[in-house]
Structures are given as C-alpha cells and as structure tokens.
Design a protein around this ligand. Structure first.
Ligand SMILES: C[S@@+](CC[C@H](N)C(=O)[O-])C[C@H]1O[C@@H](n2cnc3c(N)ncnc32)[C@H](O)[C@@H]1O
Length: 351
C-alpha cells in the first residue's frame, strides 16, 4: 500500500552529477513495510530500541500493553520475550525485502537491569540471533563496538568486596547476517561498479577488524537533542558498514531510522536509502540530518583521500613499496583491486 498521506511520507532526491540517489522516510511501524517489494533492498543497517533498556519500555508497551503489566509484576524475562516478539515482526520483514546475497547489520547491546531486586543481564544479542537463524539468515562474524566510559558509577555491585560485583558493561555488538549465498556481480557494468566502489587496503584493515572504537568520531549532524533522546549511533558506524557491504547505487534500509544517521551515510556514499520511523516528531531532525549530510559526506570522502595520501607517504618513508597506481585519483595504491576505486563527492541539494 503506497503512502499518499503527506504527513506519513518524506521523500528527498539528491542530484549527484551522473548519478542521483533517493532518500525516503516512511513514518509508520516497520512491522509492515508495505511500501517495499520483496528482495528490493541490498543492505539493512539499523539499531533498534533495545529491549529492557528503560527508555524504550513505553514504545514496546504501545505495541503490546501486556509488557507494562509484566514489568509491574517483576517478570523481567517475560517482558524481555514480549519485547522481542514485537521486534521479530520487523526482522521477518527485513528477510522478505532483502535481496539474495544482501546483508543485515544490527547494532544491539545487551541490557543490565534490576527488576524486583534481582539484577540480570538481558541478552538481546543472543535472542536476536535465534530469530535471525529461524528466518533463514546466515550469521557472519560480528563486530564488538567498544564504548569505554569514564563515568564514576560504571562499576556495579559490591565495590571492592568479593562475590557481589559485576563486570562493567562497555560494549555493544554489530551483528551481521546474510540472506542466501555470496552476492553475484554478473554483468560487465555490475563488475565495473563493484571495482569503483572498492575501499583502500588500509581502510580494509581497520573496518574489517572485529573491534571498533568509535570514540571521538566527529559529529556534525543535526538535531542534537533528538540524537541524545534516540540513542543515535555515530555517522561513522553506518558509513563504514555501507562502504563495506554494498556498492554505489544500491538501496540501504533502516527500519528504525531515529535521527537519520543511516540516510546521511547513504547520501555520503551514493547509495539510495529508505527509512521507517514510528515517531513522526523525528521528521524535522531527519530533514536537518539529510541537509547536513551533503557537506559532512564531502568532508568524510575528502578525509579518506587525505588519509590515504598520508598512509602512502608514511609507508614509503619506512622503506616499503606501494606498487600499484590509481589513474582516476592519480595516487599510489597497495593492491590491484584499488586501481579503479573512485571516491565520489555528494553534491546538490534536496528538491
Ligand atoms: C535506537 S533508535 C535509532 C537511532 C538511529 N540509529 C540514529 O542514529 O538516530 C530506535 C528508533 O526506532 C524507532 N522505532 C521503534 N519502534 C519502531 C517501529 N516498530 N517501527 C519504526 N520505528 C520504530 C524509535 O522511535 C527510535 O527513533
């Protein structure tokens, strides 16, 4: 069912010289993504509301009021399961709309919480994995996002006295799943686009490590207040995942869009993006984020080139060889796979 009601649909189109990308947000529940055809999305990048983190209780309870009663009755694990059953519908939709060989990346943290005097860690990462496998996705090696904190209250429990303290919780996960087998790039054009969408060797070494520390990432996107309220992830997180797992012109979906970070990263990298957001008060923030993304994307792409040039200088200064050449950017590169790599700069404005 197409959304024709203006308030429900926000659509933007961005001119990119020879390539235009589209970035659309639907302000409806992602449990039914009726606007999307089967297999129409190449990559899902998202961070859902985390079950059993208090700030999200209300949003889950709106979908299933039973959750409020379970929490009031100190049934933490009952509430946990009901919250996941709400989200399972979105994961099932993600399976339907993802194309063969496409990926789903879910940023999720476990939740530590005391319910009725009993402290526990509610294992969201593991619960999502069970559902994703049941849907037919293949789990792939995941990323641990280290979020070290200096907060004085980060240690939980009985302080320096043994047998009653808990390990600090300072990480989240980026779980990665694939639908079906490896993606096929069949035509000459598809193969060429894949080569042009390559990343640098030294970017590969950082991005494909299983431990990310994104502390200190520059944040210039809009809606500061909403970003805090929605637990927004840093721009760098969707930026890396989109560069790693999709090619230029692909379609990226975020079923839990929040402030629009995933749109921003897609704009920066010349991918199309579709978002779902249940809370219509995010509309203005998403617009601000998209507008900021053109300039932010230009800076991030320029930074990639600058970092690469600095990498070549350092490597050669240490007596090592950088033996291949990229004609388009007139720079040396480490491998033949980077020879046709093209860093494009987003330009234009919304219309
Ligand atoms: C953790 S936040 C996402 C933050 C986002 N990654 C960002 O960088 O701003 C989760 C978002 O999902 C939205 N949400 C929750 N349940 C939803 C549903 N069923 N359908 C669509 N959006 C939903 C919430 O309103 C919230 O904005």
């Amino acid at each position: 069912m197409a959304q024709s009601v203006k308030a429900d649909l926000m659509c933007g189109r961005q001119a990119l010289g020879d390539m235009a990308t589209e970035h659309t947000t639907h302000f409806v529940d992602a449990a039914k993504m009726n606007q999307l055809e089967n297999g129409s999305v190449n990559l899902v990048v998202t961070s859902p509301p985390y079950p059993m983190i208090q700030m999200w209780d209300e949003i889950f309870a709106k979908s299933n009021p039973e959750i409020t009663k379970l929490l009031a009755n100190d049934d933490g694990w009952g509430a946990f399961e009901e919250m996941h059953l709400v989200m399972d519908k979105v994961w099932a939709e993600c399976h339907r709309v993802t194309s063969e060989g496409g990926f789903v990346c879910i940023n999720i943290g476990d939740a530590t919480r005391s319910i009725g005097g009993g402290f526990a860690m509610y294992t969201n990462r593991a619960r999502i994995d069970v559902k994703m496998r049941a849907l037919g996705f293949t789990p792939l090696p995941d990323i641990l996002w280290r979020k070290q904190s200096n907060a004085p209250n980060k240690f939980m429990g009985s302080g320096m006295l043994p047998a009653g303290a808990y390990v600090t919780y300072e990480h989240e996960y980026i779980a990665i799943y694939r639908k079906g087998g490896k993606r096929q790039f069949k035509t000459k054009e598809e193969k060429q686009n894949r080569r042009e969408s390559a990343f640098f060797w030294e970017e590969r070494n950082v991005w494909f490590s299983d431990l990310w520390d994104l502390k200190g990432t520059k944040q210039k996107l809009g809606g500061k207040e909403n970003r805090e309220r929605s637990a927004a992830y840093p721009f760098e997180l969707p930026f890396r995942l989109i560069a790693m797992l999709s090619v230029r012109g692909d379609t990226v979906l975020d079923p839990f869009m929040g402030t629009g970070s995933t749109h921003a990263a897609a704009i920066a990298l010349q991918r199309n993006s579709i978002g779902y957001e249940i809370d219509p008060t995010f509309e203005e923030t998403i617009e601000e984020t998209k507008a900021a993304a053109v300039e932010w994307g230009r800076q991030r792409q320029q930074q990639r080139l600058d970092d690469h040039k600095a990498f070549v200088v350092t490597r050669e200064a240490s007596g090592k060889v950088v033996k291949h050449f990229n004609e388009h950017h007139q720079i040396k590169v480490m491998t033949s796979q980077e020879k046709e790599l093209k860093i494009e700069f987003p330009k234009g404005k919304w219309f």
